[in-house]
Ligand binder design. Structure first.
Ligand SMILES: Nc1ncnc2c1ncn2[C@@H]1O[C@H](COP(=O)(O)OP(=O)(O)OP(=O)(O)O)[C@@H](O)[C@H]1O
Ligand code: SF4
Ligand SMILES: [Mg+2]
Length: 357
């Protein structure tokens, strides 16, 4: 059971509620001819202690969304819409205030730990620097106590505290990076493909650690991954992203057992598993985000596409289970819309002819 109040060392007890609330959030990059709309109006919440998985094909905007939530975007990009962290508007914060929040309350775990660790600094110095940057005046004893606790949670023995990064295996380095993010006890962490560079056994170990995090720290996590198995194992809910939009979001078990959006279904079918008898893939490629197709962005590739899909955007709809889906075919199946014969006529496939050309 969750407490009514969340303990925040910086501001005192604050009312529990969503940690992150995004409402029609947009992120775009300046492109050569038109803006690249990498996140194109997404809405969701992340609750305290929750792990939300974010999946979708390469280039659909997952990393941009993760970075956009933390304000870690490069120059030439912009954000719009609404984004709140523990109820506070994030988009009106200046760079300095955003920086103050990052690390302390918001954290990021990257894919390549070695590029983020200084080879000339002992692990103890990495911890000391991280803690002192965000918690001015912290004592030496507390630095050590907090660091050893974070290492313990990550399964790294205290005897390794004064070692150098190169003395660790790849999996241990990634656990170090997670420990460095968590030592600040952030309320929300984005982990962007944290296990992609690791072998499957180490990956499983790290995923288990991430899954257990909420018991030690009340940290909420956005876990970005290509690996749907990880999501099924570690995440409470899953958001499926296509061409800058969240097309389906709901409890991970339910979405996997009963995908409602045609893209979710095709994405699951294209995953290789022991049960897979043939290799399925989704025809075609995701669209150019500076010029996405009208209507449902997935329509040129969708096996269920109807005429309406090419002209009118489907509307986000919440099911009784809490899953939200944005798909005309799902609406027709659930009998919540009545389409004309013309609207529901199958859409001739564009990509077959393009592929053959
Ligand atoms: N710095 C940038 N400047 C311009 N466009 C960018 C920049 N970073 C990403 N993009 C574009 O934004 C879109 C989304 O990219 P993003 O990296 O968020 O996708 P992703 O889902 O994380 O992909 P992957 O699974 O390959 O990591 C892509 O079209 C990409 O080319
Ligand atoms: S809205 Fe239409 S094109 Fe888009 S996924 Fe659903 S059925 Fe396919
Ligand atoms: Mg990415």
């Amino acid at each position: 059971m969750k407490a009514e109040l969340v303990d925040d060392p910086g501001t005192g007890a604050i009312p529990a509620g969503p940690v992150i609330e995004a409402d029609d959030l947009r992120v775009w990059y300046a492109g050569p001819t038109a803006p690249v709309r990498a996140v194109d109006g997404v809405s969701f919440v992340i609750r305290p202690g929750e792990i939300l998985g974010l999946v979708g094909e390469s280039g659909c905007g997952k990393s941009t969304l993760g970075r956009g939530l933390l304000g870690l975007l490069p120059d030439g990009s912009a954000r719009d819409g609404e984004l709140r962290f523990r109820g506070d508007d994030m988009l009106s914060l200046g760079k300095k205030d955003q920086y103050a929040l990052r690390g302390g309350s918001l954290g990021m775990i990257f894919q390549e730990p070695l590029t983020r660790l200084n080879p000339l600094m002992r692990i103890s110095d990495h911890f000391a620097e991280t803690l002192r940057t965000h918690e001015k005046g912290i004592s030496k004893a507390e630095v050590e106590e907090r660091s050893l606790e974070a290492l313990r949670v990550m399964g790294i023995p205290p005897t390794r505290f004064r070692a150098y990064p190169h003395e660790f295996s790849g999996g241990m380095r990634q656990r170090l990076m997670i420990a460095l993010a968590l030592v600040l006890r952030p309320a929300f962490v984005v982990a962007d493909e944290p296990t992609t560079a690791l072998d499957v056994l180490v990956e499983a170990q790290i995923i288990r650690i991430l899954h257990d995090l909420r018991q030690t720290y009340e940290t909420s996590l956005l876990l970005i991954t290509h690996n749907l198995g990880i999501v099924a194992e570690a995440c409470d809910r899953v958001a499926v992203m296509y061409a800058g939009r969240i097309v389906e979001i709901g409890p991970a078990r339910e979405v996997f057992a009963n995908p409602r959006h045609s893209y979710t279904r095709e994405l699951l079918r294209s995953t290789i598993s022991l049960k897979t008898t043939g290799l399925n893939f989704i025809d075609g490629a995701p669209p150019d985000l500076s010029d996405p197709p009208p209507g449902c962005h997935f329509h040129p590739r969708c096996p269920d596409a109807m005429k309406i899909c090419a002209t009118r955007e489907p509307v986000d709809r919440e099911l009784p289970s809490g899953t939200r889906v944005t798909c005309w075919a799902a609406d027709v199946r659930d009998e919540v819309v009545t389409l004309t014969e013309t609207e529901k006529a199958p859409l001739p496939k564009e990509i077959d002819s393009a592929d053959e050309a």
